[in-house]
Design a protein around this ligand. Structure first.
Ligand SMILES: Nc1ncnc2c1ncn2[C@@H]1O[C@H](COP(=O)(O)OP(=O)(O)O)[C@@H](O)[C@H]1O
Ligand SMILES: O=P(O)(O)O[C@H]1O[C@H](CO)[C@@H](O[C@H]2O[C@H](CO)[C@@H](O)[C@H](O)[C@H]2O)[C@H](O)[C@H]1O
Length: 453
């Protein structure tokens, strides 16, 4: 490999143009790239294998972060991660290489401030090294690696200068003694612009995702045919209630640590304008939404009349059943980056906690209906399954709200105008998300919008 990292990565630009669009975390998926420019590259560890860090810019101006491994010979396990040849050597996605991830764990444990990258443990935390590394297999917006049963490290694929919401909110909650988040362990920062490049936190080895639990419950129900959601073994309502309580506790801790305020007509109007703006954009992309436009606009405009103002604070911002984990001791929330579609500066704003509630309520609807995506309500058997699934969603949505209200930070069910607008706004977002990423599922948010009419 060339001893000049920038030169080495720059010689891969043609290969990167072909490789990037296939990556789940790459935002411009499915589109041909005309240019890839290497902004900087740093050698983190030499030898064979070598580890390079690079920041690249693609033709839409988006910046991405890469960890590139270089080996004289590619092992079978790394074939799928191949990016391109560097002279006689092979360049590949380094997060898939346990040997190189051990180097990364050493950097996190011992700290370093070289080549413009700062690796730093959180105060008072010791990091164990020599743990086996494995990449997280799920489809994600970033890339995560698990070390033993101890840590999970997230590489932010699109680092943003300034404060990182995921890290800051984890720190604030952990300071508050919250049991609903993982302990922050270490961060990697770009010494120049101060962007957080990576974040290690405590790994919950005993955890299962809320989405997996909820959909298992729906499967149980559908297998029974005749029984109601409350009568089957896999009933989820008690868990949904505990989840509501956990979310309310997180909201209470965030408000206590970082403040809350009541906003009046100006800010409310701005938020309503944003909902209309999103609808404009999605209508242009998905014509099937047009028949619901008057109802949606009326639901958003109803928020303007909330004379008593709206309480805002820092919230999760992208809450759904895939962002919560059930451990053996309770529910935890992960990934506080905020809504993927919002600009980084927008994500830092305080928002109504009902946004999170609405996100979770939408998620119960998804969990109930995704298995029935192809069902036809006109046939008797499918009608029965759809009715049962709808009952499941109602039951768990109510249990979630009751669990939330029990904490004393407010009852979402008492704020019907706001909750309805936020749920519909989220559903509009989901229509665009599904249209772009999972067209078979676009019927789920569309059906929810139709039912609200
Ligand atoms: N502290 C943790 N303990 C156990 N698993 C975790 C933890 N944090 C994240 N995960 C797992 O990693 C996956 C991706 O994490 P997430 O922070 O949502 O990344 P992304 O920003 O890429 O979506 C989650 O869906 C979850 O399964
Ligand atoms: O987790 P991300 O931050 O990447 O969020 C995006 O992807 C989610 C899908 O993984 C998407 O969530 C939608 O589908 C979920 C089921 O897969 C469902 O539970 C959510 O309620 C629904 O919104 C999310 O909208 C998108 O931003």
């Amino acid at each position: 490999m060339s001893t000049r990292p920038l030169h080495a990565v720059a010689s891969l630009t043609d290969d990167l143009r072909a490789w990037l669009p296939a990556q789940r975390w790459f935002a411009a998926k499915g589109r041909e790239l005309s240019s890839v420019r290497v902004e900087r590259a740093t050698l983190l560890s030499g030898g064979d294998p070598a580890l390079l860090h690079a920041v690249i810019e693609v033709d839409d101006g988006e910046r991405y972060q890469l960890l590139i491994g270089v080996r004289d010979e590619l092992t079978d396990q790394l074939h799928a991660s191949f990016i391109g040849k560097l002279g006689e050597s092979f360049a590949y996605e380094a997060t898939q290489d346990p040997e190189l991830m051990a180097v990364l764990l050493d950097l996190l444990a011992h700290g370093s401030d070289e080549g413009g990258l700062r690796w730093e443990r959180e105060p008072g935390v010791e990091v164990v090294t020599g743990l086996r590394a494995r990449p997280v297999g799920v489809e994600q917006s970033n890339t995560s690696v698990v070390f033993g049963y101890h840590y999970i490290f997230k590489l932010f694929r699109r680092p943003v200068p300034g404060k990182n919401r995921d890290v800051e909110l984890h720190r604030a909650l952990f300071r508050a003694g919250s049991k609903q988040v993982a302990e922050p362990v270490a961060v990697v920062e770009d010494g120049g612009e101060g962007a957080v490049l990576g974040f290690a936190q405590r790994y919950f080895a005993d955890a299962v995702e809320g989405w997996a639990m909820a959909t298992a419950s729906v499967r149980d129900l559908l297998a029974e045919g005749d029984l109601h959601a409350g009568e089957v073994g896999g009933d989820f309502a008690a868990e949904a209630g505990r989840l509501g309580t956990a979310v309310a506790q997180v909201h209470a801790d965030l408000a206590a640590q970082l403040g809350a305020e009541t906003v009046g007509a100006d800010r409310i109007g701005g938020a309503v304008d944003q909902m209309h703006g999103r609808l404009d954009a999605v209508l242009a992309e998905v014509p099937a939404l047009a028949e619901h436009e008057p109802m949606l606009r009326a639901a958003f405009d109803a928020v303007r009349g909330l004379a008593e103002g709206v309480e805002v604070q820092h919230v999760h911002g992208d809450l759904h059943l895939g962002q919560v984990l059930r451990t053996t001791t309770g529910w935890v929330l992960i990934d506080f980056e905020g809504e993927p579609a919002s600009r980084p500066d927008e994500r830092l704003l305080m928002r109504s906690p009902l946004r999170d509630v609405a996100g979770m309520l939408r998620s119960f609807d998804y969990a109930a209906l995704h298995l029935l995506a192809g069902d036809d309500a006109d046939t008797q058997a499918d009608h029965q399954r759809l009715t049962r699934a709808a009952e499941w969603a109602d039951r768990n949505r109510s249990a979630f709200c009751a669990g939330y209200a029990a904490v004393g930070v407010g009852d979402p069910r008492a704020q019907t105008v706001l909750l309805r607008a936020f749920e519909l706004d989220k559903a509009v977002y989901e229509v665009a998300y599904e249209h772009r990423n999972r067209p078979d599922w676009v019927g789920i948010p569309l059906a929810a919008i139709r039912r609200a009419g």
